[in-house]
Design a protein around this ligand. Structure first.
Ligand SMILES: Cc1cc2nc3c(=O)[nH]c(=O)nc-3n(C[C@H](O)[C@H](O)[C@H](O)COP(=O)(O)OP(=O)(O)OC[C@H]3O[C@@H](n4cnc5c(N)ncnc54)[C@H](O)[C@@H]3O)c2cc1C
Length: 602
């Protein structure tokens, strides 16, 4: 969080100078809609998957309406260094969650935070911009026809517009494309001395330096590529929806909230119901699709719409008095990346630009710390079974060492930055005290393949009420076991010369009901993980391939309805999730275009 940067930005906005300096790109305008308007296709959700799906369908010559609940992303979304200010903002759905009483215990009301983007670009407009596709085996292991790595790779390449190929080793070439619509590249130098220190610290623990986690091997410490182009965020709104060819072909409606799919008596999806406008002034419309409807409202929004339409677990729908149209396990099997927030107290970085200088540099040249996500771009992947605790080093003793079980994430918090309670109930004051004269590094040992499963249900039959999200993190103790392996590595990192010389030490927060660290190290950390549990906001699986949709993403038991977003993935990839969501959006358009001649109405 950079409160000074927000302040400065507001001052510059008030003075009108920023608007003049920002090069323009123009997002599509909302089209006026009348009740009963019809299109060939309706795509619901303009996020990572929905924007590419709608754009590709429109470019194929079809008439397409893209329906988005949010509006335009704001100026802050363009500045990479402002990413953390977007959490909890008006662009975030800020979904409430239901506690399972064994995780997120230190969060207010024991509720895990569940952010999602609500604007054009969806979560790609508010996310941390790390471009990681996951491991090739994530797709091969699904065992679903047409979903192996060889099937998905062409789609990753299709949209990728890598600007920095020259900075990658020669053997990376076949894994990248430079001409796709999503321009990506390395972040600008963060100028934070902890950046190189963190890399050196992991190198000391024998992590190889990995130039390209999206090439052959994912393992090691890396500086990842970002959804960033010339110092600005590259969301799918920017990558797809600002294109002139897309704008002239695609119709977009913003601030339009889909409340359900209209099914005819033969279970053909023929339209959607939507509320257009804000709470004070809105109208309800029925909009029709002559060919197909694609739900791309994300792993929370899509199952909600399906269940509101009578597509979901029959017993749940019956309880709410919603007529059942297809009895499917929608909303089940929610899985997500989780980590405990571990804080290290460190000497402050003194090499960064002053606050006003940083903003000026970004405004005029798109350079400097605000053109980067800081040390968050430094991340490590490893299989914790291949970390030798006694030798304190990463080893390679089996081919499985190439399959990561953990990602180690980093976030630098400057002195005095922690002022609010960060959503924590009983530890905020301790963190504020620790941060008074020292910087903090938040280290996140995140479990790449959690065993715990949660679910999503409707809170009521009222479509305007947010759904009931039960993430159920850490319900399987094996997830805590994995976190513990990561915490050991983080402890060792603090002992490396790079960290030690900077007085780095882990903050052992005092937690109610937890043993003291000094008395019972393992008991303390197990309890700690349950208190400071945090989602990396990568939920998948809530309308999954197999039980809910077929390999072409068609919903079972219903015709003319597909799901194209992360709901369809049965397992979370071993990496960040936007990359595969975009590929899913690109791909569904191809599936649909191939099927075009089948849409002759009875
Ligand atoms: C804060 C944050 C940080 C993240 N960091 C990274 C990262 O660094 N790298 C990475 O790869 N991934 C990251 N992710 C995850 C990644 O962005 C998401 O997994 C990905 O965007 C999901 O794609 P999607 O298409 O399934 O959903 P989304 O991108 O969330 O899109 C869904 C869209 O549907 C709209 N919608 C929902 N309900 C309705 C409705 N009823 N009617 C109309 N519209 C609706 C939403 O407003 C949204 O625009 C992060 C996510 C968050 C929230």
């Amino acid at each position: 969080m950079l409160p000074w940067a927000i302040l400065l930005l507001n001052i510059m906005l008030a003075g009108g100078s920023l608007a003049q300096e920002l090069p323009d790109y123009v997002l599509p305008l909302s089209v006026p809609l009348q009740d009963s308007d019809s299109f060939d296709y309706i795509v619901v959700g303009a996020g990572a998957a929905g924007a590419p799906a709608a754009a590709r369908l429109a470019l194929s010559g079809a008439s397409v309406l893209l329906v988005e609940a949010g509006g335009d992303p704001n100026l802050n979304t363009r500045i990479p260094g402002m990413y953390s200010t977007l959490l909890g903002s008006a662009l975030d759905w800020q979904y409430p969650t239901v506690t399972n009483n064994v995780s997120c215990l230190s969060h207010s009301d024991k509720q895990c935070r569940f952010s999602r983007g609500k604007c054009l670009g969806g979560s790609t407009s508010i996310n941390f911009m790390m471009y990681v596709r996951g491991n090739h085996r994530d797709y091969d292991e699904l065992g679903i026809e047409g979903w192996a790595w060889k099937d998905l790779k062409p789609y990753f390449l299709k949209y990728e517009g890598l600007q920095d190929l020259d900075k990658l080793p020669y053997n990376s070439l076949s894994y990248h494309n430079t001409s796709g619509t999503m321009k990506i590249g390395f972040f600008a130098d963060s100028e934070n001395s902890w950046h190189s220190r963190t890399i050196k610290g992991y190198r000391y623990l024998n992590f190889p330096f990995n130039y390209d986690v999206n090439a052959k091997s994912q393992i090691g410490i890396s500086q990842v590529i970002g959804y960033v182009n010339e110092g600005e965020r590259m969301s799918t709104a920017r990558g797809y929806l600002t294109r002139d060819d897309v704008k002239s072909a695609l119709k977009v409606t913003k601030n339009t909230y889909c409340t359900g799919v209209i099914l005819d008596k033969h279970n053909n999806a023929i339209g959607i119901k939507a509320v257009v406008g804000d709470e004070k002034q809105n109208r309800t419309l029925q909009l029709y699709a002559r060919k197909e409807i694609v739900l791309s409202a994300g792993a929370i929004g899509t199952p909600q719409i399906l269940m509101l339409s009578g597509i979901g677990p029959a017993s749940h729908l019956n309880d709410l008095g919603i007529p059942v149209r297809a009895d499917l396990p929608v909303g089940d099997s929610l899985t997500d990346h989780v980590f405990p927030q571990i804080y290290a107290s460190v000497n402050p970085d003194t090499s960064m630009s002053s606050q006003s200088e940083a903003m000026e540099r970004w405004l005029y040249n798109r350079t400097g710390p605000l053109a980067s996500i800081g040390i968050t771009a430094v991340t490590a992947f490893l299989n914790t079974r291949c970390y030798d605790v006694s030798q304190r080093k990463l080893i390679y003793n089996s081919p499985d060492c190439e399959i990561p079980t953990m990602q180690l994430a980093n976030l630098y918090l400057d002195v005095g930055l922690i002022q609010s309670n960060l959503g924590f109930n009983n530890i905020a004051q301790q963190l504020i005290a620790e941060n008074k004269n020292k910087s903090l590094i938040l280290l996140g040992p995140l479990v790449l393949r959690p065993f715990s499963r949660g679910n999503i249900r409707l809170a009521s039959s009222d479509p305007l009420q947010k759904p009931s999200i039960f993430p159920n993190y850490l319900s399987d103790e094996r997830d805590v076991d994995e976190m513990l392996c990561g915490i050991t590595i983080v402890e060792h990192l603090m002992q490396t010369p790079e960290f030690k010389v900077q007085n780095a030490s882990i903050v052992h927060l005092k937690l109610p009901d937890c043993p003291e660290y000094e008395d019972d190290r393992e008991g303390y950390w197990r309890c700690y993980c349950r208190h400071l549990t945090t989602s990396l906001l990568h939920a998948v699986g809530t309308a999954r391939l197999g039980p809910v949709v077929d390999p072409q993403q068609r919903v079972h038991g219903v015709k003319r309805l597909r799901v194209a977003d992360l709901s369809v993935l049965p397992e979370v990839p071993r990496g960040n999730t936007a990359a595969v969501a975009i590929a899913i959006g690109e791909r569904v358009a191809d599936f649909i275009i191939k099927d075009t001649d089948k849409y002759l109405f009875d």
